[in-house]
Design a protein around this ligand. Sequence first.
Ligand SMILES: C[S@@+](CC[C@H](N)C(=O)[O-])C[C@H]1O[C@@H](n2cnc3c(N)ncnc32)[C@H](O)[C@@H]1O
Length: 504
Amino acid sequence: MATSDGSDLTGAVRYVLGETGAIGATVRQIASRLDDRPDRVAEVLDTLRSRGDVLRMGRGLFVLRDFERLSERDDFVDPAAFVERFERENGLALGRYAGPITFRSNEAIPVHRWWPYVQGYSAEFVAGVLAAADLRRGATVLDPFAGSGTTLVEGRRAGIRAIGTELLAPAVLAARVKTNFELDPRALVRGADRVLKRAERRSAGALPFLRETRRQFAPKALRDLTRLRDALPSEGGPLSDALRLAFGRILIPSSRLHRSPCLGYGKRIPSGDPVTPFERFGAAAHEMAADLEGLSAERSHWGPPAEVTLRDARNGGWSPRSVELAITSPPYVNGMDYVMNYKVDLAWLGYAHSYADLAALRGAQVACDNLPRRETAPYLDTSRVAEPWLAEILPRIRENLARKGTYRRDDMHAVVHRYFSDLSPVLDGVFRALVPGGRFVVVVGDSLLAGAYVPGDLLLARLGASLGFRIVSVEVARRRRSGQRRSFELRESIVTLERPKAAR
Ligand SMILES: C[S@@+](CC[C@H](N)C(=O)[O-])C[C@H]1O[C@@H](n2cnc3c(N)ncnc32)[C@H](O)[C@@H]1O
């Protein structure tokens, strides 16, 4: 549909926005749909915005005014309707949790600060769950999506055996190092000094395979990072792991990138930045050593060494009835692409050697919306979905996509379908691993996808119930904003499930 003069174009833009409805469209999408120039479309949108006919939502997404308030549309089932239905069908009202839940508070806490993992949850939250469970010494806590090991560190500190699985190798490294409380702080400082001395003598080394490496770092920082990396000890072992973590931790701070929470460009590096990678590495090792010194005062309380395994949680392989408590936070529906966000760490630490390695890892992770189509193809057919809410929501997403025609991907319903299919074996595995009466505490969020609301927390609770769990509570821990449209409020909840005493 090529358009000619301004008034034709205004009508055409309105038409496309009407078609895309609640999902909205970007300038580029509208222009490509109309086969017209983006600058002309942007001009028309400016005029429509100044008249109040069109609104800009989130990052560059435009919608017609009458699609602004999703909750007023007939075809939109809003969060309140699902909450009310959950009360009716599952007999539970949502509660509230008042403590800190995000990782931010960990950034100042010894040990947890060794590898700031934006996607993690707070140590205080985990400590509270552990205290409330009042486990006997020697009991086991499990985290199937262990991330950087927040659960495992707090479990061990509380005298409990802590085990976990995780697929992202840099996170496994962080969790292993952070739970190795026995590491000698003086040996760590001496080891870091040796690395720095060796690095001083080295010339710059090879760059990792990522195409954008030169854009990610200033030239001098890039050279220094390759020298440091090549000076790390090549043998394995706890000290070597700790030094690798200290190196991994300085990658993003030494780059032009930031995580907020997704990896993106935008940090300004002042010319003459005094903090070089060498200085950062030394400071990271000293901080770790100081935290280890502090930790040793609690030595008599420590639980046995934690076990964190690089493993797919869908095949967790945990022994039946061996776990008293499980605590976790899985990826959120359509949430983060962990591989994309940690590709720098994966490449520099030598865990991925090619884009094929990254793609294979992404395919094994719980589904995110960056999955290649071949990974979602088996989930396009949603006709056999047993969970009644999901059986309604998935076709709603598909219909919205069909109406819009130009959404980022036309198989979003398949991504969501696969997401819940990925979570199901993990819930089942944890159920079997728990002792009767054991609890599974899960921090998870809801989502707004392609103009449809997906109550990820309530769906997870219901999925758990279908596998035999009793839903103990769903507590809202935090309100957050949708990435798709900032005005739409989402939540983050703590879902507590219990394996009933008289369980299968
Ligand atoms: C929200 S984060 C967990 C953060 C953790 N609670 C912490 O405080 O560090 C979710 C984690 O699940 C991991 N993950 C995704 N799919 C997985 C799978 N199939 N098996 C194991 N881990 C997986 C991701 O790599 C990510 O680290």
